[in-house]
Design a binder for this molecule. Structure first.
Ligand SMILES: [Zn+2]
Length: 413
C-alpha cells in the first residue's frame, strides 16, 4: 500500500489515525508498505502483502501474529484461507509465475473460493448495466483530483471501470483478502486495495471520496442502515455521490436473493439526501439498445416493485439525472480478446464461434445475456490471429459492439 493512503485511513472501531508501528516487524519498498503492523488508539492491524487488513475476524488476528513474528509468508497463507500445507504450496507455485493468469490463480485458490463465474463477469447482464451506470455517474461527478471507492467490490471488475475516470487510484474495499489481491494483480492494477468489513464502520476519513459505489453486494449486508450512513459519510463536496447498483428487491425473487428490502425500504435508509431508485430492466434495455442511458427517467412504483434488481443513486449533482451516451471504445484498457463464453472452430478461412455456458446455473442466473450475445458468430482467421490487440476497427469493432470480443485485463485467461 502507498504510505500516503494512511492519510485517508482510520480505525473502524475508534476512528483514530493509523500509523506504522516501527518497533515491530515491517518491510517497505520506498513509499510502499509491504508488511507490518498498523496501530491506532484501540488496537493493531496487519498489513499483509501490501494490503491493510482492517477487521478483527479470526484470520486477521492470526495473520497479525505471523507478521509480528516476522513471518509475512505465513500471514499471507492465512489470509488466502488455504487450509493445508499442500494447498498453500500449490497456490504459491502458480501465483509466483509472472505468466500466471487470473483464471489459473482463481483455480489454484480451490473450489471453495467463489470465483467460478467471475471469469465471465465482463459480459454478464448485471455487469453491463452496472458498468454503464458507474461510467455515466463517475464521468459526471469525478474531477481530476477526485477519488472513488468501490465498497464490497470483490475482485475489482467495476473498480476497473472507475479507474478509467479518475487520475487518483480508486480504493477497492472488500472483506475477502484473496479478491482484493486478485484485483490489484489482474483486474484493476493500480487500485488501492483495503480489506475491511461492510457490516462494520468503514475505515476511512469523512469526505475522503467523491463517489462511493457498492454493486451486486448490498443485499448481502445485514447492517444496511449503518452502511448507507457510512457511504454517505465517506463522500464529500457538492458532487458527493452514493451509488448502490444491482441490489435485489424483496418483492420479486431472484437467484442469490440475499436479504433484500422493498424499494421504499431502501429509500428510507438515506437520512440526509433523497435517493432516486431505478429498476434495472429499463436500464438494461438502454444498454442493450446502445444507449443513451436514461437516468432522467422516473420509474413508477409498479415498475420498481416488479423488478428483481434496483439501482439507487443519491447525489446533489444536477448532471447525474440526465441522459448519458454510451461510448463505444476502439482502444482497450487491457487487451481485446475473445469472450471466454465462446468456443472457436475452424471453418475455411473463417472461424465459427459458438456461445457455450459454463453450466446450467450460469444460464439460469445470467441467461439474459442471450439478448446481446449471438448464439453463433463468424470471425476471420486473420482477425482472430490479430488478438489480443489494443485497437480494433472494421469487423473486429463490430464483434466488440456485440461483446463477442471483450476488452479484458491482461493475463485474464
Ligand atoms: Zn482503533
Amino acid at each position: 500500500m502507498r504510505a500516503a493512503t494512511l492519510d485517508i485511513l482510520r480505525c473502524p472501531y475508534c476512528g483514530g489515525r493509523l500509523s506504522l508501528v516501527d518497533s515491530l516487524f515491517y518491510s517497505r519498498h520506498g513509499d510502499e508498505l509491504q508488511d507490518g503492523i498498523l496501530g491506532c488508539h484501540c488496537c493493531i492491524f496487519p498489513i499483509v502483502d501490501g494490503i491493510p487488513v482492517l477487521h478483527l475476524h479470526p484470520a486477521s488476528a492470526t495473520a497479525r501474529d505471523h507478521v509480528q513474528n516476522g513471518r509475512p509468508d505465513l500471514a499471507r497463507r492465512t489470509m488466502f484461507g488455504l487450509g493445508t500445507e499442500a494447498d498453500a504450496d500449490a497456490f504459491e507455485a502458480v501465483a509466483k509465475s509472472p505468466a500466471a493468469t487470473y483464471r489459473q490463480v482463481v483455480e489454484a485458490l480451490g473450489p471453495t473460493f467463489e470465483g467460478g463465474y467471475f471469469l465471465y463477469r465482463f459480459s454478464d447482464p448485471t455487469f453491463i448495466v452496472a458498468d454503464a451506470v458507474v461510467r455515466a455517474v463517475a464521468g459526471t461527478v469525478m474531477t481530476s483530483n477526485a477519488r472513488a471507492i468501490d465498497v464490497c467490490g470483490g475482485s475489482g471488475h467495476l473498480t476497473r471501470s472507475l479507474m478509467s475516470v479518475s487520475s487518483i487510484a480508486p480504493v477497492l474495499a472488500d472483506l475477502y483478502f484473496a479478491k482484493v489481491w486478485l484485483a490489484r494483480r489482474f483486474t484493476a492494477p493500480g487500485c488501492e486495495p483495503v480489506c475491511c468489513d461492510g457490516n462494520a464502520p468503514l475505515p476511512f476519513v469523512p469526505g475522503a471520496f467523491t463517489l462511493a459505489t457498492c454493486v451486486d453486494a448490498f443485499m448481502f449486508i445485514w447492517t444496511k442502515r449503518q452502511l448507507v450512513g457510512e457511504l454517505t459519510r465517506l463522500v464529500g463536496g457538492d458532487a458527493g455521490t452514493v451509488l448502490i447498483g444491482h441490489t435485489h428487491n424483496e418483492r420479486t425473487w431472484s437467484p442469490s436473493h440475499g436479504q433484500p428490502l422493498p424499494p421504499e425500504g431502501y429509500a428510507d435508509l438515506f437520512e440526509t439526501v433523497e435517493p432516486r431508485l431505478f429498476g434495472e430492466a429499463h436500464l438494461f434495455e438502454d444498454v442493450v439498445g446502445g444507449g443513451p442511458l436514461d437516468l432522467s427517467r422516473r420509474d413508477s412504483k409498479e415498475d420498481l416493485d416488479r423488478d428483481p434488481a434496483l439501482t439507487i443513486i443519491a447525489t446533489r449533482h444536477p448532471g447525474v439525472f440526465a441522459r448519458h451516451s454510451l461510448p463505444q471504445p476502439n482502444a482497450a484498457v487491457g487487451e481485446f480478446r475473445l469472450n471466454p463464453l465462446y468456443v472457436a472452430e475452424p471453418n475455411g478461412t473463417n472461424v465459427s464461434l459458438r456461445l457455450r455456458f459454463p453450466g446450467d446455473d450460469y444460464e439460469q442466473e445470467y441467461g439474459a445475456c442471450r439478448r446481446y450475445l449471438p448464439d453463433e458468430a463468424e470471425i476471420g482467421r486473420s482477425d482472430l490471429d490479430a488478438l489480443p490487440t489494443a485497437q480494433v476497427s472494421g469487423s473486429l469493432a463490430d464483434l466488440v459492439r456485440k461483446r463477442v470480443v471483450l476488452d479484458l485485463p491482461k493475463h485474464y485467461y
